[in-house]
Design a protein around this ligand. Structure first.
Ligand SMILES: [Fe+2]
Ligand SMILES: [Fe+2]
Length: 240
């Protein structure tokens, strides 16, 4: 699909000329890699992350069926199954974060402040997920010659980490810091959705393709166990 066509779709969605369902049909014509490259180009051309966020939500929807197919072909507890489930939870946190933008603008109440802090705590807790990727999954891929995607994913983890910490700090006083908080929410909501999109639809399928030996996946699982899971990991849900 042409980048110009994708740009048209994006513009149409943002000004309401194209419905999300119509955009979905168009987006489904592109491959995950094409979508990622197109989004990067749009960002380079100055399209704001806020505008792109909507587009990102639609393209996540576009590949949802395929992803659920991959997930259901794996055993519960398979490292990729766990990581996709964790992504599902993280996406729910991002939806909640987005829903706090309006209250932040009009005057946040105590309960919403607590929700904000709670979600940010969970986003920080997701570091264990990134660590399992960086210390176990990516090295296995790199050994097999797949070096580009892991490198980009590591860079994105490094970019996301300080933003999450900053959001935590600012959330202590959401009234005073509302402008910066809204900017950070928009950034994180876009960037993390985009990151998850690339892992779910490009990196994880590549990993399943490249690593065919069950014994290697068992070893990956054991190494992941050593690092540990997030309090929100669905298969091992704890209280958090
Ligand atoms: Fe990641
Ligand atoms: Fe991930």
């Amino acid at each position: 699909m042409e980048i110009d066509r994708l740009k048209e779709v994006l513009k149409g969605v943002n000004n309401g000329v194209i419905t999300e369902d119509e955009a979905l049909v168009e987006i489904k014509k592109a491959t995950p890699l094409e979508l990622s490259l197109a989004e990067q180009k749009l960002l380079d051309e100055g399209v704001s992350t806020d505008e792109l966020k909507k587009f990102c939500i639609i393209h996540l929807r576009a590949l949802e069926d395929k992803l659920q197919e991959i997930k259901s072909s794996l055993d519960k507890g398979h490292p990729i199954h766990t990581m996709i489930s964790e992504h599902d939870e993280i996406l729910k946190f991002l939806n909640k974060l987005d829903s706090l933008i309006e209250p932040l603008k009009s005057g946040i109440v105590d309960e919403e402040k607590k929700t904000l802090q709670h979600i940010v705590e969970h986003l920080l807790e997701a570091e264990k997920h990134h660590e399992r990727e960086e210390r176990v999954l990516f090295p296995e891929l790199e050994e097999r010659g797949i070096t580009g995607p892991p490198r980009i994913m590591r860079m994105e983890h490094d970019e996301l980490r300080p933003k999450k910490k900053k959001l935590m700090e600012l959330s202590k006083d959401p009234v005073k810091n509302k402008k910066e908080i809204i900017e950070l929410i928009n950034f994180l909501s876009f960037k993390l959705r985009d990151h998850i999109f690339k892992e779910n639809n490009i990196l994880y399928p590549a990993a399943l393709n490249a690593i065919g030996e069950d014994i290697v996946w068992e070893n990956i699982r054991m190494e992941c166990d050593k690092i540990g899971y997030c309090c929100f990991t669905p298969e091992l849900r704890m209280q958090c």
